[in-house]
Design a protein around this ligand. Sequence first.
Ligand code: ZN
Length: 280
Amino acid sequence: MVWFRKPKYTILTPKKKDMPDGLWTKCESCGEIVYNKKLEENFRVCPECDYHFRMGAWERIRMLADDDNFVEYDRDIMPTDPLRFSDTKPYAERLAEAQKKTGLTEAVVTVEMQIEGMPVVVGALDFGFMGGSMASVVGEKICRAIEKAREKKLPFITICSSGGARMQEGILSLMQMPKTSAALGLFAEDGLPYIAVLTNPTTGGVSASFASLGDIIIAEPKALIGFAGPRVIKQTIQQELPPGFQTGEFLLEHGMLDMIVHRPELKSTLARLIRMLMNS
Ligand SMILES: [Zn+2]
């Protein structure tokens, strides 16, 4: 039995000078160097291995919207530092850095837009903003977007990408779980559809609240979805975890998800579902 085989291919590492910034991206999964233009055309999905690259909130919105005619809600609600929290860095400083890096005011963008001619309200989380973490303003913006959708009788969609509740706002972040859940409860009473799209990763307080409450829950391929990390669970239950644990594929098999949709088909799938659910 041969334990190690020499690979039959040669790994080419492009020299720095051959790779001008912003022209090529190395796939995080297969290591293939992909031409950025090709990656954009392919909805930021690796053409070699189908790896779904992470996308920012606005990239998501632009990918799903018919055109640039969207109305952004509540951009002016700014986060504060209610606990005057500081770990290795003051929270206020982290917020300022995240705002500068992403150009966003908070980790969620809420808009009213159109998908195949149908108006919808969308809340997209941005992992680039402090790991897409849910804090007071994120919860508030989600709730306000739900209220708007309710008022206008529109479907509501979230694109989730989050590491969970933001610890820098402590209990105030955790309170956003029941708050968003209650808002969705009222939304459901009005018979309006809510679709949650879970992307890599959707974990912690977001997975334990609005991400899991969709009338239809969709995931992108190979997305990490769960509450606590696998290591914590393994230590707690003192058992080996099954293969594929906490992936969308595993959850689909166990009835926790409705479908896994490849990114290029996401828009048409959402449109089809909205048409069915809104009976239009
Ligand atoms: Zn790849």
